[in-house]
Each structure stands twice: as structure tokens, then as C-alpha cells.
Design a protein around this ligand. Sequence first.
Ligand SMILES: [Zn+2]
Ligand SMILES: [Zn+2]
Length: 138
Amino acid sequence: MPLSKCPRCEQMFNKQNTLICAKCQPNEDEDYEKVREALDEQPNMTPEQVAEVTGVGIGCILRLLDDGRIAAMPDGESRIKCGRCGAPAISLSKRLCEACLQKLNSEVARAQATIKLQKKKKVEVGTAMNIRKWIDED
Ligand SMILES: [Zn+2]
Ligand SMILES: [Zn+2]
């Protein structure tokens, strides 16, 4: 049986037809009720607004949307999920939320700093290669 990580409690569970584990299913249903009620009152809310009004996690709301348990909401952009945490992504191409984008940027910066350090050590090799390149180009 395929194992999957439950997005609510982060425990591994046997994924059958559900996106979340059996233990969390009642909580998910409770959240679903809250979301549905909020949408009954104000159908034109974006997922972010629903999250704010109901206190239900945005990840859960997007799950309900994906599941078709609640109808599609306006603001299609917000349905694009962050590939790292499931929060709404800031753009279609990036597929990252603001928080993860910042995290990623600092990771990239750190990686670049490491590369620079390594380059310093290999500076002699690098120079030799550059000279070779000149020769090859000539
Ligand atoms: Zn769970
Ligand atoms: Zn994220």
C-alpha cells in the first residue's frame, strides 16, 4: 500500500482514497463544515479570505478545493500551490509562496558563498583552464 505523509499531522499513513489520515479525518470534516458555512454566507471569498474568516489552514482549504468538496473560488492564481509547503504560490512559474521563496533565496545565497569559497581554493586550476581556453580559442 502506498505510504503518504498526512498534511495535517505529518504522520505517515496508508494512502488509499483519502488525502489525509483517518485520525485527522474528523478534524478535516469539521474544517470543511466551517469553510462551507463561511462560503454560504460570502461565496465570493478567495481561499486566503476564507482561511482568515474561518481560522482553517489554507492548505486544508486548497485540499477541499482540489477534492471538489467546495466549489472553485475566484482568484485562480491562489489555487497554485507552493511546491514546498502547500500554501498559495505567488506566481504560476515560481510555484513557491512568499515565505518559501525567501527561504530559497537565502539557500541559494549560501550555496553561492560556498561555491565562491571552493573557487578560491581552485584558483590555480581555474587560471590554468583559462589559459587553455585562450589557446583553444586562438
Ligand atoms: Zn493526520
Ligand atoms: Zn511555501
